[in-house]
Design a protein around this ligand. Sequence first.
Ligand code: PLP
Length: 457
Amino acid sequence: MLTNSLVELDRRHLIHPVSSFRGHEARGVRVLTSGKGATVTDAQGRTLIDGFAGLWCVNAGYGHESVVEAAADQMRRLPYATGYFDLGAEAPIRLAAVLADRSPGDLNHIYFTLGGSDAVDSTIRFVRYYWHAKGQPQRDQFISVQQGYHGSTTMGAGLTALPGFHDGFGVPYDWQHKISSHYIYRNPVGRDPQAIIDASVAELRAKVEALGPERVAAFYLEPIQGSGGVLVPPKGWVKAMRDVCAEMEILFIADEVITGFGRTGPLFASEEEGIVPDLMTVAKGLTSGYVPMGAVFMRDHVYETIAEGAGAKAIGHGFTYSAHPVSAAVALEVLSLYEGGLLENGRAMGARLMAGLDTLRDHPLVGDVRGRGMLAAVELVTDKDAKTPLPAAVQPATRLFDRAWDHGLIVRSFPQGIFGYAPPLCCTPDQIDAIVARTRAVLDQTLEDPEIRAVLR
Ligand code: PLP
């Protein structure tokens, strides 16, 4: 009764992110009521393994009392302190210092946001300001990567390279450009890592030359492309792109909103790429989704250029909730959980997940298995040689999601027929094995679909 009325209230009043309004009205909401560890419970009392950690964010897992305590304690003492007017509070100051210490190289300056989209948006503003401060205001062209996702603010959505975020919104702007993705499984140059790296390097150079090297402000990438379908670049690809930017004197921005905080193994994926970005964005795992928070990390030279350029003038960028004390207190506690064993468990479970998903390669519907750490994907095809995607009639996004749900598993189901995995780092070996076993059950069931049988080769 209560659930039914919630479904109806939701249908009438709650707008869901990135959803078909009509499709959602027809399907109705599934209400989640509680979570513990790597599992969530729905309003019918069913417990499911959350193989996607909410929206690749609950990296620490659900139900950590110490996090709840940290938030409650901060709320009791001081729920809010503005960072305007030279004011501040202890938790965000300590958090900034700890993050600066843990981040690669001299990413020593942190601007806190409310999530990933506004972190990316903030970098666009900082980048523009930086070039103005350097006396090169004509540097206003931005480059990102096809299949990339950089949030959905008006400016960020134009760096994003997924059509659903452009159609009907009038973006990208004419100053937002793209180069091809590394997408190994479907790369026209083949699977050879060096050939893919060489092609991307050449394309980035050519793009900069075409725009005019004196016009290009920045290049954005995700160390692993998430929302585009969990596309893992060849080893050395990120470093090669970083090197081109350094050589061509373009700012390099690593968007670590998904890859940060243990998702791929280390605290930041940039570490294992051996690079120091000029700016870096994070969110999600920063607070493990318990409360909203994101951040922009800035290298010394970027900070100093902006500081010197502005002089005594205030730099007009700020949010009421930047450096929110409750979010910062949560982030500090979450970080201590990561460093107190969760990162280590995540690395072990990530290896188990990848090994388990690899066993699915023999399945007639599995074209590709890829990932790193606790971030993975299984790409489904109906013809392994031709790499034919599932027919649209199967409606993979909803049908496969529903099936996984019925098997007690939450995974991301991308519209092009790709399962995405990003389980909490606290998963047990049994839970990882169950994720793999339940995926196989969904695949077997899907093999029986008439639309699939008609086209399977
Ligand atoms: N950047 C990347 C790489 C992301 O994956 C996301 C979200 O998934 C964002 C930015 C936007 O973050 P948010 O949804 O917190 O605004």
